[in-house]
Write a protein that binds this ligand. Structure first.
Ligand code: FMN
Length: 414
């Protein structure tokens, strides 16, 4: 019987353990987690979501304070179109976060950045370009394009000296999305180095509608694998979403996957950025505590714990400090929902908004507890302690369990 360690992921000159820890914004897939994945010979991800505030938290910077001060005059204004990012500051935050991480990288693995197109930042093209160029210049090993079709993202990087040397991949949830991407980029003469096919059981935003239950990863994986064969495209294919045991991973590797991308099992690791009490909420969750809802202003469905403080909160939009979801006209679905609620209840001291959430603020504060479908199985991966809490695991323990376990077994910690 085979295990994950019987396979290797060959990517250019690199040979990795075929385990990729997926990007989890905002700072859930922390530097520490990415560094561990690389040290162990796999691939880790940073997220490039909200890097100015992430950098403020970990380094001696004050990007958020500076942005808030500049736009203070607009806090009470319903119209957020004048709240712009300073591109140099975005570039600097990106540089600081990525450089610090790459300087500390040890081992034979790699570190990629997860880059979400949906972070439109009131100027989608300019800000995306700065983020992409920023991570390339800071020496990242690769970029995984996510949360969007990214039809123009390769072109935005084309003039960067590392465009053909860095590893560039795309996350898709259907063969159609992949075809669109390939067609749109054909003239650049630069194929993606890997394709991640993400199914409906993943955490974060989903590339499906609320009918996500109609789809399954295995079917979409097979369709894309077949398509790549038919088109003679030798691009590594990597499934993601609901791969919970080493045996789940091995079965995909035997079926032709180049590697697997996993995330949920690492959310309760020491190295994961979530606060300790939130990790316990993930452990405690039962299946019924998890839902896919539409409260993200991005318009994509998102999976989370029903207990997330973000659900139903009615805070004033924080665009002057953050504003990552403002579209090119300065609109955000939460700002609209908030303004409507305030207009409808002008005398209310406190309001609650169920339809949308201020995702920037709540992700930044770890109050939107986004999670994968199998979060309810996390309690089976550890031991419950005398006080009722669950033992936090090291990323190394989880990584090695994926790498070596057989027979659907999960090794409990010592
Ligand atoms: C807490 C959490 C946050 C996530 N955030 C992001 C994100 O910011 N961007 C993204 O592309 N994928 C995100 N994902 C998806 C993962 O990168 C990964 O592809 C997927 O969750 C793998 O499935 P699994 O969690 O069942 O192992 C997130 C997943 C989790 C669990």
């Amino acid at each position: 019987m085979k295990c994950v360690d019987d396979f290797r992921f060959r990517l250019g000159k690199n040979e990795c353990v075929p385990i990729i820890v997926g990007g989890m914004g905002v700072d859930i897939s922390s530097r520490e987690l990415a560094l561990e994945a690389a040290r162990l010979g796999g691939i880790g991800h940073l997220s490039d979501a909200m890097l100015p505030t992430v950098t403020d938290r970990h380094q001696d910077t004050q990007f958020v304070k500076a942005k808030s001060k500049l736009h203070k005059y607009n806090v009470a204004n319903k119209d957020k179109s004048s709240v712009k990012f300073d591109l140099e500051q975005v570039a600097e935050a990106t540089r600081l976060h990525v450089t610090k991480t790459m300087d500390e990288k040890r081992g034979s693995g790699m570190i990629f950045v997860n880059c979400m197109e949906k972070l439109t930042m009131n100027s989608p093209r300019d800000t995306l370009r700065v983020r992409l160029h920023g991570v390339l210049s800071a020496g990242i090993d690769g970029i995984t394009l996510s949360a969007g079709l990214h039809l123009g993202s390769f072109a935005l990087m084309e003039d960067h000296p590392r465009f053909r040397d860095a590893k560039l991949g795309i996350i898709v949830s259907s063969v159609r999305a992949l075809q669109l991407f390939l067609r749109k980029n054909a003239k650049l003469n630069r194929l993606p180095d890997y394709i991640i096919v993400e199914g409906p059981l993943a955490g974060g935003h989903l590339g499906f509608g609320l009918d996500w239950q109609q789809y399954d990863l295995r079917t979409i994986f097979d369709e894309i694998l077949q398509y790549l064969k038919t088109e003679n495209l030798a691009i590594p294919l990597i499934p993601a979403g609901g791969i919970f045991t080493g045996s789940d991973a091995t079965s995909y590797l035997e079926a032709g996957a180049a590697a697997v991308q996993v995330a949920t099992r690492f959310t309760i690791s020491h190295e994961c950025g979530l606060p300790a009490d939130v990790k316990q909420e993930y452990f405690k969750a039962i299946e019924d505590d998890i839902e896919v809802n539409m409260i993200s202003p991005t318009g994509y469905p998102m999976r989370m714990l029903k207990k997330s403080p973000a659900i139903g909160a009615g805070i004033r939009p924080n665009c002057e400090a953050y504003g990552y979801l403002l579209d090119s006209n300065g609109n955000c679905a939460y700002v609209d929902a908030y303004n409507k609620e305030v207009d409808d209840h002008p005398n209310a001291k406190k309001i609650s908004i169920m339809s949308k959430t201020c995702l920037c603020t709540h992700m930044r504060n770890f109050d939107c507890w986004t999670c994968g479908h199998y979060t309810y199985r996390l309690k089976d991966t550890t031991r419950q302690q005398a006080d009722g809490s669950y033992q936090i695991l090291t990323a190394e323990h989880i990584f090695k369990d994926y790498q070596f376990s057989k027979d659907n077994k999960i090794t409990l910690p010592a």
